[in-house]
Design a protein around this ligand. Structure first.
Ligand code: NAD
Length: 437
């Protein structure tokens, strides 16, 4: 088996490397020459734990290669995966499918013999039909099938998620294509991963339904956290109390500054638009989108209140700007709302993130970037934790207090214990947990 992976980003690179680890020959293609040049030198263009080793092993094993030449890669492939971006389209919130359609056209021009075109990008219902149409129009004589195979990996644990997923979803009614997909995912079948074959449209919708459900779960606990603050209850105990109910489950019940990242914001919005277009509005998800956007804005206010009502002229130390730990991805990160709002209120921001600073420098102007956590705190009026990287979980509180001008900490991820913070002499604010008097 030989596959081509079109798009060598977070999904394409990880999926390609994992398929090659399964023994498939993989060519990862990207238009971005710098990305491919880096990969030729075994420099990862993204930060993902374990990825460099996985890539190195499979490149040296001769199963994984990188190129900018789509034609050659597609010609030789039994299956071609589309793993290009589907960001929010400017202006209307729909998914921008221009990269998917452009890739489909290029694939059609290069295909040689029966080819399965697999859409791994997250795409609205009906995109597979459109891809099929583009290919048919470009190559009326070609033998091919278009399959939907959404990806559920999470950045930060992407390799483990790909290698041991909860399920694999494959949308196609073609038996020939099903057979190719079965072969590709055989190693996962062998470890008893549920492999769900569905219609293509159903498969496309499963991905959006999953992501919007998770976004709703996060938003739900965030609103409960706000209520906890008002009534003097503890959201972490509430999460535990409800999460132990097997019907609810423990995951995605951590209150925080609002969801961000490369998927939830754009996917919730895109599903809302699809539903409106088909005159079947999803009012719950519309509200989730609205509540989450407001929440990210409100977080700056929380910091301002912790600083006594004003941050004008104050120096605020920020730990973590990536949308979550173990990634350098800044797309729709809460920090992109919180930091500019604090700057508008007159604050000077000093920040550190273990992996996301190169990316963040472009997106967050006028921030003073430091090389480690403690360097951000020197002379700062408050410390704000936006992303819960492990290295921020066990700071030396005595040293933190000595470095800060005032012992104010705003922990937007609830990673510290309130009693310990009180005992260490901090003015500590967090999410959905009442202040200890
Ligand atoms: P990304 O932006 O990291 O990567 C996309 C890559 O595709 C880029 O490197 C770009 O240069 C390349 N590209 C675009 N058009 C191309 C073309 N015609 N030929 C060759 N290369 C081309 O995006 P991503 O985060 O990997 O996401 C890809 C898709 O997977 C999206 O639809 C996303 O919603 C979905 N997804 C993402 C995640 C995630 O955690 N990032 C998880 C599941 C699903």
């Amino acid at each position: 088996m030989r596959i081509a992976m079109i798009g060598t980003g977070y999904v394409g690179l990880v999926s390609g490397a994992c398929f090659s680890e399964f023994g498939t020959n993989v060519t990862c293609v990207d238009k971005d020459e710098t990305k491919i040049a880096k990969l030729h030198e075994n420099i990862m263009p993204i930060f993902e734990p374990g990825l460099d080793k996985l890539v190195e092993n499979n490149v040296s094993g001769g199963r994984l290669e990188f190129t900018t030449d789509l034609t050659e890669a597609v010609k030789a492939a039994d299956a071609v995966f589309i793993a290009v971006g589907t960001p929010t389209r400017r202006g209307d919130g729909h998914a921008d499918l221009s990269y998917v359609y452009a890739a489909a056209k290029e694939i059609a021009e290069a295909m040689d013999g029966y080819t399965v075109i697999v859409n791994k990008s997250t795409v609205p219902v009906g995109t597979g039909d459109e891809v099929e149409k583009i290919i048919r129009e470009t190559r009326p004589d070609a033998e091919f099938d278009v399959v939907s195979n959404p990806e559920f990996l999470r950045e930060g644990s992407a390799i483990e998620d790909f290698m041991r997923p909860d399920r694999v979803v494959i949308g196609t009614e073609s038996e020939r294509a099903q057979e190719v997909m079965r072969q590709l995912y055989r190693p996962l079948h062998l470890i008893e991963t549920p492999i769900l074959f569905t219609q293509r449209r159903t498969s496309e919708l499963i991905k959006y339904a999953a992501n919007t459900f998770l976004a709703a779960k996060i938003t739900f606990i965030n609103e409960i956290a706000d209520l906890c603050e008002k009534v003097g209850a503890d959201v972490q105990a509430v999460s535990k109390g409800i999460g132990l109910d097997g019907r609810i489950g423990k995951k995605f019940l951590h209150a925080g500054p609002g969801y961000g990242g490369s998927c939830f914001p754009k996917d919730t919005l895109a599903l809302v638009r699809t539903a409106q277009q088909f005159d079947s509005p999803l009012k719950i998800i519309e509200t989730v989108v609205e509540v989450n956007a407001e929440r990210k804005k409100k977080m700056a206010q929380k910091v301002i209140e912790a600083c006594g009502g004003s941050v004008d002229g104050k120096r605020i130390a920020v730990l973590g700007v990536a949308f979550k730990p173990n990634t350098d991805d800044m797309r729709d990160s809460p920090s992109l709302d919180i930091i500019p709002a604090l700057q508008s209120a007159g604050a000077n921001i000093v920040a550190f993130d273990p992996e996301a600073m190169t990316e963040a420098k472009e997106l967050l102007p006028n921030v003073e970037w430091k090389e480690n956590s403690y360097a951000t705190m020197e002379g700062a009026d408050a410390l704000v934790i936006i992303t819960e990287w492990n290295e921020f979980r066990l700071l030396d509180l005595k040293r933190v207090k000595e470095l800060l001008k005032a012992p104010v900490m705003v922990d937007l991820r609830n990673i510290y214990n309130r009693q310990e913070m009180k005992d260490a002499g901090f003015e500590y604010s967090c999410i959905g947990r009442p202040k200890l008097e």
